[in-house]
Design a protein around this ligand. Structure first.
Ligand code: SF4
Ligand code: SF4
Length: 111
């Protein structure tokens, strides 16, 4: 795990809040201007399904975190996070992110 000021960095993705809009994928590409045959952040939209009669739909947001770490060092509020319309993404020191994720339906990626 990489370190900033002795802290590991983590990116949290809230599966309940994410609507699969592809905003973070576009934000990452716009920020870093990498070619279309590269993926630093990938959104995978999943099919909806029923749980106890209620419709659920979770999406997968998968960052490539050695890139996220460099990004966070330059800007602690990167565009993928600030531009997420549902506030489903957070990035920061692992300890803070782990606390934030308590009781939530989240994926945490460490870097
Ligand atoms: S994390 Fe936010 S920006 Fe990314 S797909 Fe989900 S809702 Fe959109
Ligand atoms: S933190 Fe930076 S590198 Fe990582 S997904 Fe967001 S914009 Fe891309």
């Amino acid at each position: 795990m990489s370190r900033v000021n002795g802290e590991g960095i983590a990116l949290m993705h809230d599966l309940d809040d994410c609507n699969g809009c592809y905003g973070c994928e576009a934000a990452c590409r716009e920020t870093h201007r990498y070619p279309y045959d590269e993926d630093w952040m990938r959104v995978v939209r999943r099919k909806p399904f029923l749980v106890d009669g209620k419709l659920r739909q979770y999406h997968l947001v998968a960052p490539v975190l050695d890139k996220c770490r460099v990004c966070y060092d330059e800007d602690p509020n990167p565009l993928c996070v600030s531009g997420c319309p549902t506030r489903a993404l957070k990035i920061g020191p692992f300890v803070e992110i782990a606390k934030e994720a308590e009781g939530r339906h989240c994926a945490i990626f460490t870097a």
